[in-house]
Ligand binder design. Structure first.
Ligand SMILES: NC(=O)c1ccc[n+]([C@@H]2O[C@H](COP(=O)([O-])OP(=O)(O)OC[C@H]3O[C@@H](n4cnc5c(N)ncnc54)[C@H](OP(=O)(O)O)[C@@H]3O)[C@@H](O)[C@H]2O)c1
Length: 279
């Protein structure tokens, strides 16, 4: 474990796993910066933890561009945890014209990472994606030619695909920028009792709202320990860059991409979609 104090940016830290990880990392003496969508919640967490905050709704990519400009003002970013996301209530398009699950859970975090790329390289940063076991439960039939989820049967499936995409993005970030100093890694946090899916319809919403979930779920703090472990960890010692973890073990995907060509094309397709925002 690396003992040096780090500057850690955690997105989606106004609640749940991100908030709990922010608290853990702050208590360990790191400089933590949080982002959230809801201003009241984000400001309350920032006040409680005495950390700087930034507001951004990932359903609007112009806000992500502004967020990147704000974060670029920090002297260094040693860890960028792309944690913001969730289960949408319905399949829908954003004002940017992308499927909302795809944009909020994957594309916005990728845009933020790419806009901060030079700072992340200079800092030798670890870039963490919060993925999920939904990548296997609902996402294993991912169709790389349907990034906009035109053929997704449900928000649950779209969610699974986005969490599989977290793993593809991690693998490809590592392949493209690993030699320049970025260390990408993804993790699944377990099934944690957070605000996740609290307004969702169907099975997942009912499960996450039910008191019966207790024996099958973990606290946000337990889920956050997995993020914290990677944030303070030393790449190639505490984790292998490019991999997806379930706590300390590599989490194997049912979706197969043995030569990494699907991840590569996926990343190229995302770059094309994001080109107006990267110019
Ligand atoms: N809980 C689980 O069992 C579980 C399992 C696997 C993976 N995950 C993943 O863990 C991550 C954190 O979720 P959580 O469980 O901690 O849920 P949560 O308590 O609902 O927290 C979600 C966080 O993401 C932010 N967020 C949601 N939509 C956003 C948007 N459009 N723009 C910007 N920020 C947005 C929220 O911001 P506001 O609160 O300010 O709106 C909040 O800070 C997510 O990526 C989720 O997919 C969770």
């Amino acid at each position: 474990m690396n003992e040096a104090k780090k500057t850690v940016v955690i997105t989606g830290a106004s609640d749940g796993i991100g908030k709990a990880a922010a608290k853990q990392l702050k208590n360990l003496g790191h400089k933590v910066v949080i982002t959230g969508r809801n201003s009241e919640k984000t400001m309350a967490v920032a006040k409680e933890l005495e950390v700087p905050y930034h507001l951004c709704d990932y359903a609007d990519l112009s806000q992500v561009v502004r967020l990147a400009e704000e974060l670029a003002a920090y002297e260094r970013i040693d860890v960028l945890a792309n944690n913001a996301g969730g289960l949408q209530t319905a399949l829908a398009k954003t004002k940017d014209g992308f499927d909302k699950t795809f944009q909020v859970n994957l594309l916005a975090g990728l845009l933020l990472t790419l806009l901060l790329k030079e700072k992340l390289i200079e800092s030798g940063a670890t870039v963490i994606q919060t993925s999920s076991i939904a990548s296997n439960l609902y996402g294993s039939d991912f169709d790389p030619s349907d990034l906009q989820n035109e053929h997704a049967a449900s928000v649950r499936k779209a969610y699974g695909y986005s969490k599989l995409e977290d793993a593809l993005m991690t693998r490809e970030l590592q392949r493209r920028f690993g030699a320049e100093g970025i260390h990408a890694v993804a993790f699944e946090p377990g099934v944690a009792r957070t605000n996740f899916a609290s307004d969702a319809k169907g099975f997942l919403g009912a499960f996450y709202r039910s008191p019966l979930r207790y024996p099958f779920t973990i606290s946000p703090e337990k889920g956050a320990e997995r993020l914290t472990r990677l944030a303070i960890g030393t790449p190639n010692t505490d984790f292998i860059p490019g991999e997806l973890y379930s706590y300390k073990k590599i989490y194997r995907l049912k979706f197969k991409d043995p030569d990494g060509m699907i991840a590569k094309k996926f990343f190229d397709d995302c770059l094309n979609l994001l080109s107006p925002y990267l110019a």
